[in-house]
Design a protein around this ligand. Structure first.
Ligand code: GTP
Length: 424
């Protein structure tokens, strides 16, 4: 048997809720627990013995950071990884269809598809076993999980046959409650999926040319996997759900990166205990789960944790306290500053005795109350819902300042304390 993994990484117009952090690097490369987001997908793929190639599909211009990441990760996992660039956003099924020859080369039996902005303890081998137990040759397995009634309407909702696990009904982000079982954005698809995508493509072309389509609002290249391809297959005996009870989260807003970071650190107990910092003589005080990059310099009088990631070359001074936060590469925390529920951007500096604090978005940042109204930061009037604090790249916070529940855009030098603001 041979399988492939396809990761949909989107492109520059995507990830708007992740600003200002996605202004700096492609969102799929944002580090979660010390490793780029898609690194975790690739690592999960490497645990499937028959998975022989990984394709990243997106519409980012190839960049040095992406190319380097692919080379290094490919070498590390001894798996061929390639980036296939769409000429424009083709939609989640459009990109697959455009590169179908590459996906089908070598005749895989079926292939996994991942949304890059979901994070979980991917149960890929279990999903594969379930998929193989299905009788039909044309079968599509969707990873599913349980949400609360209130959260569910923000996701793809499905109703399954409890005995066979066939998906009987599927609605993407329904207007009213459909089901608490939601789509996790991870699929195992048999090659026949291209037949169904081709039908949608043909139908769209026919409608376009016979004039029945509204050409002003319709992007003729876009085909969505969930709505256009899989939803119509519900109830036909071809679409199935494999439900996971393990941790799952989307990474849409920067706040959800903190949540994913926490759970990813927790998963290190299972897969990589060596990555978690331990207490010891001459070392900083560690509380709970903490990842410190080997190149970081942390003073032995600092206290870190729980749920802290310290990135490449970070410098943490004496008496510093950090909790539930991500310190990105090259950031510098001077003596006795305090960082709580925050992301400190690349090469940013926090001065002595300053306090950078966000509001914890517990228990789950996917819950609607923590989302910023109007979908993107910049459609907003500058006021935030309770959320974490984010310092963009190269921000300077001087000594003895308080930054509370705010977002600071890159290259900003702050001169006064701020609360509940977006600083441009
Ligand atoms: P939102 O809540 O509106 O973000 O919807 P969603 O969660 O259903 O996300 P969406 O379908 O937009 O994206 C799912 C995943 O596919 C993300 O990882 C995107 O980066 C990726 N994606 C979205 N559109 C495209 C596309 O046109 N091409 C590629 N290659 N990837 C895409």
């Amino acid at each position: 048997m041979m399988l492939k993994g396809v990761i949909l990484i989107g492109g520059p117009q995507k990830g708007t809720r992740f600003r200002p952090l996605s202004l700096e690097l492609p969102k799929p490369l944002f580090p979660v627990a010390g490793y780029p987001m898609v690194y975790h997908h690739i690592e999960a793929c490497s645990r499937v013995p028959d998975l022989k190639e990984i394709l990243l599909i997106g519409f980012y211009q190839p960049s040095e950071s992406l190319t380097r990441f692919i080379q290094e990760t490919s070498q590390q996992f001894k798996l061929p990884i390639r980036y296939l660039q769409e000429y424009t956003s083709l939609g989640t099924a459009g990109g697959l269809y455009h590169f179908r020859d590459q996906i089908l080369s070598g005749s895989p039996d079926s292939f996994f598809v991942f949304n890059a902005d979901v994070y979980c303890d991917f149960p890929l081998n279990e999903m594969l076993e379930f998929h193989q137990s299905l009788s039909s040759n044309t079968r599509f397995t969707m990873l599913a999980t349980q949400a609360t009634r209130q959260q569910s309407v923000n996701f793809g909702c499905l109703v399954e046959d409890k005995k066979t696990h066939e998906v009987r009904h599927y609605v993407e982000k329904p207007q009213t409650f459909v089901s608490t079982t939601i789509n996790c954005g991870t699929y195992l698809l048999s090659n026949d999926v291209f037949k169904y995508i081709a039908e949608v493509f043909q139908k769209q072309q026919d409608e376009l040319f016979n004039g029945s389509m509204d050409t002003l609002t319709y992007n003729r290249d876009t085909i969505r996997l969930e709505q256009d391809v899989l939803a119509p297959l519900a109830g036909t005996g071809k679409l199935y759900a494999y439900t996971t009870t393990r941790f799952w989260s989307q990474i849409k807003s920067a706040g959800s990166a903190i949540y994913a970071n926490r759970h990813c650190l927790e998963l290190y107990h299972k897969y990589h205990p060596e990555r978690l910092s331990k207490n010891g003589e001459g070392k900083p005080k560690i509380i709970g789960d903490v990842f410190i990059h080997p190149s970081a310099i942390v003073d032995s009088t600092a206290t870190l944790g729980p749920n802290v990631t310290v990135g490449v070359g970070v410098c943490v001074g004496p008496g510093v306290r950090v909790r539930e936060s991500i310190l990105l590469a090259g950031s510098k925390l001077e003596d006795h500053c305090c960082i709580l529920h925050s992301i400190v951007g690349w090469n940013s500096t926090v001065g002595a005795w300053s306090r950078v604090e966000g509001t914890p978005c517990d228990p789950n940042p996917n819950a609607p109350f923590t989302k910023i109204e109007g979908d993107t930061l910049f459609k907003n009037d500058g006021r935030l819902n309770p959320s974490i604090t984010i310092l963009g790249r190269n921000v300077t916070v001087p000594a003895e300042i308080i930054i509370l529940n705010s977002i600071v855009l890159p290259y900003k030098e702050i001169t006064f304390s701020v609360k509940n603001q977006i600083l441009l």
